[in-house]
Design a protein around this ligand. Structure first.
Ligand code: C2E
Ligand code: MG
Ligand code: MG
Length: 710
């Protein structure tokens, strides 16, 4: 460019003159500069023309390119019509102007190609040839307007750069499917270097996971001149696959045939993976991989819609593991998780492909059975489930026996709303559980009433404490060797104003669930101390009073302080009381339980392990736990003389107690045979209907007095 502006004509640029004619289209700056220089006098010679000259003249006149003849001083001495058009100047204005360039040594044709100023809208390609004009050295300059071409080139460069640096992979194929061009992102995406990709068939990138129909559709659209957009799975150089969202566009050649195809690929593998994960998380349970509650409800809705159309029935079933919380608390959550996984895998094997098994809560499973023709089929399935749970599950080397309670409701018999159906199945399940578990129940309308009854019970129970409707019954405990009443268990009783005597089996669970067990428990501690004082005043000596303590009390009350301050207030000795706790509470091993139990036993107050044998405590747990007595559960005592296994358990508990220096009390002793058996095996005490039923305090005083005297 410099070289262009420093031509010989520059010497005259100092002359002061204004252009003769305004330039309508601004030419390149230096050309404009040159053209703005003052004209010098020029003679244009016109001689007689030969035929050949006539031809030349016409060529020059009609040429698309501009022709100038510039003399050795840089002055334009000739121009053709194309030149006047190029510079938008009349011939007489061009002639005599200084062009601004002179070209090469004399006689030597020095073709130079110049692109005028980059910023100019006028780009020319210039070729100069030396010639002689009217006896003087001159140059024939031909100028081709390449402004439009340059603009196209610039545009193309922008497009190419954009494609090259695009984040998505871009590749261009020809009709034969051979790759002609790729961008950087496509190299990265496929793992192939550009040199390998170019010339490669695009088919080589296929993963084989797409059906032929996908490519047939692609080809059909592209050959019809339409875009194709879709999802395909491709294979990288290293064999991995990726899913791409691809858009392919056919490009016509000048004849209108589609000669090339531009395809843009976005790798959506990561996005799909994230989506899958999200779906998995939102619809499936992480522990078992089963559908979760949300997904269960979705499926139930669809199942009901299908059943509605097909006029068929759907059975909804809910299963809850009996005593799962005890296992979780005793063996830890990891063991609990293992158990849940094992059980879900076992049950899953019983399902047909059209059935749904879901985990809808901690230890709750949901089932959907479609197309059930009669409920007999559903109950067979429930029985199979209960049966398959009979086999113990091995968790951390332990053989755990799990049982379950199942409830079932049916569409459209019981309800048509999915949520109501689930609730009804749950109600039925609770009912099965309330009746001892390891069974199943169908929902029936009375169960709703049952729930209402429970709500009523709770509000009645609140009132019971204030109204003094609660009282303690006492059931004596006999020392088998000394043949003396050495203690009694206090058992709560509720005189309901309209229902009469309500059993603790009915209201204690309700009190525990509602938290009412706390004020009730507080009252029991006060009452038991009051009674103990009163019994002593009536002459009853050395009768220890045991009372039941719920796990809720351990967790939410400072039992140690409560009991000791009650003892202090009433002036009773520590030997007056015995706290009965269940294995489940003992094995919880939480800070509150452990601390309370340790402080209570350290103070010399006795603790008994109630219902021993029904929980999951192991020998090692027992050794670490400072209890004074073991109460053999009545269910084993009941088996004495009938079931050898139960007898073995009773014998084992007695031996265990002896070896650990604990007293063993047998509960629920109803027959003399049971009493004899226990006595022979070395059991310390018995409690049960054989001796006496739980009785009101006044009656208890008389009973003990009469018994000790006899
Ligand atoms: P538990 O502590 O195992 O009490 C023994 C239960 O067995 C009592 O039932 C008692 O009446 C019953 N029983 C005693 N001897 C025999 C017998 O020879 N045959 C039969 N079939 N049963 C016998 P109850 O009074 O209905 O209490 C049931 C459960 O309610 C108790 O079981 C205990 O877990 C709970 N409970 C009772 N009173 C209280 C209390 O004051 N506080 C708390 N937290 N729970 C209590
Ligand atoms: Mg008890
Ligand atoms: Mg008991």
């Amino acid at each position: 460019m410099d070289h262009a502006t420093s031509g010989s004509g520059a010497g005259q640029s100092g002359a002061s003159a204004v252009p003769d004619a305004p330039l309508t289209a601004p030419p390149a700056p230096h050309i404009a500069q040159a053209l703005n220089r003052p004209k010098s006098r020029v003679r244009v010679r016109t001689g007689t023309r030969t035929a050949q000259q006539e031809v030349y003249q016409r060529v020059v006149d009609h040429a698309r390119d501009a022709f100038l003849i510039v003399d050795d001083t840089g002055v334009i001495v000739f121009c053709n019509p194309a030149a006047t058009r190029l510079f938008s100047m009349a011939a007489e204005d061009l002639l005599g102007r200084n062009f601004g360039f002179s070209f090469g040594p004399d006689g030597e044709p020095t073709p130079i190609e110049l692109l005028s100023g980059v910023l100019s809208p006028l780009f020319v390609e210039m070729v100069a040839t030396p010639l002689t004009w009217e006896g003087r050295a001159a140059s024939l300059v031909s100028l081709t307007d390449i402004t439009a071409r340059r603009a196209r080139e610039t545009e193309m460069m922008i497009h190419t750069t954009a494609m090259e640096t695009a984040a998505n992979g871009i590749f261009i194929t020809d009709r034969g499917g051979l790759i002609k061009w790729v961008n950087k992102a496509f190299e990265d995406l496929t793992g192939y270097a550009r040199a390998l990709l170019i010339g490669m068939s695009a088919d080589q990138l296929k993963s084989g996971r797409e059906s032929d129909a996908v490519f047939a559709d692609m080809n059909a659209r592209l050959s019809a001149g339409q875009n194709w957009k879709g999802r395909i799975v491709c294979r990288r150089k290293n064999g991995d696959v990726y899913t791409a969202e691809q858009t392919s566009t056919p490009i016509p050649d000048p004849t209108g045939r589609f000669s090339h195809f531009v395809s843009v690929q976005e790798d959506i593998s990561e996005r799909l993976r994230a989506q899958d994960q999200l779906i998995q998380l939102s619809e499936y349970d992480g522990l078992t991989g089963l559908p979760n509650r949300h997904q269960f409800m979705e499926r139930l809705k669809s199942a009901i819609e299908r059943a509605n159309r097909a006029d068929s029935a759907v059975a909804v079933m809910v299963m809850d593991l009996d005593n799962f919380k005890a296992i979780n608390n005793t063996l830890g959550h990891k063991a609990g998780d293992t158990l849940i996984r094992a059980i879900s895998a076992r049950i899953a094997k019983l399902m047909r492909t059209t059935d749904t098994l879901a985990r809808i809560g901690g230890d709750d499973f949901g089932f959907i059975f479609e197309n059930v023709s009669d409920m007999a089929g559903a109950s067979r399935t429930m029985r199979r489930i209960l049966d398959c749970l009979r086999q113990p599950v091995i968790v951390e080397g332990r053989h755990l026996k799990v049982a379950a309670s199942l409830g079932i409701a049916a569409y459209p018999k019981d309800d048509i709303d999915p949520l109501s159906l689930l609730r009804q199945a749950e109600l039925a399940m609770y009912q099965a559980k309330a009746q001892g578990g390891q069974s199943f129940k169908y929902f029936d309308k009375d169960m709703d009433a049952d729930i209402r009854r429970r709500v009523q019970l709770e509000s009645d129970l609140r009132r019971a404490i204030e109204n003094g409707e609660l009282w303690l019954a006492f059931q004596p405990q006999l020392d088998l060797r000394r043949r003396r009443i050495v203690g009694a268990e206090a058992l709560i009783r509720w005189n309901h104003p309209t229902r009469g005597l309500v059993s603790p089996g009915e209201f204690i669970p309700c009190a525990e669930a509602s938290g009412l067990i706390l004020p009730i428990g507080d009252w029991i501690i006060e009452e038991i101390c009051r009674r103990s004082v009163a019994f002593a005043e009536k002459g009853l000596r050395d009768v220890q009073l045991g009372f039941n303590v719920s796990g809720v009390q351990f967790r939410q009350r400072d039992l140690y302080s409560q009991v000791t301050s009650s003892l202090n207030r009433t002036g009773l000795g520590v030997e007056a009381l015995d706290l009965e706790i269940t294995e489940t509470v003992a094995m919880e091993r939480t800070k509150q339980v452990t601390e309370n139990v340790e402080k209570i036993t350290a103070a010399g107050i006795s603790i008994s392990m109630d219902d021993f044998g029904t929980g999951y405590s192991s020998l090692s747990n027992l050794q670490a736990f400072p209890v004074k007595r073991l109460k053999v559960d009545a269910s084993f005592v009941r088996g004495i003389g009938q079931n050898r296994d139960d007898e073995k358990i009773v014998e084992a508990v007695v031996r265990l107690g002896q070896s650990l220096g604990l007293r063993v009390v047998a509960e629920g002793v109803e027959t003399t045979a049971q009493k004899e058996f226990l006595h022979e095996r070395g059991c310390d005490e018995i409690q049960g209907y054989l001796l006496a039923k739980p009785m009101p305090p006044e009656q208890f005083v008389t009973f003990v007095s009469d018994f000790q005297d006899s």
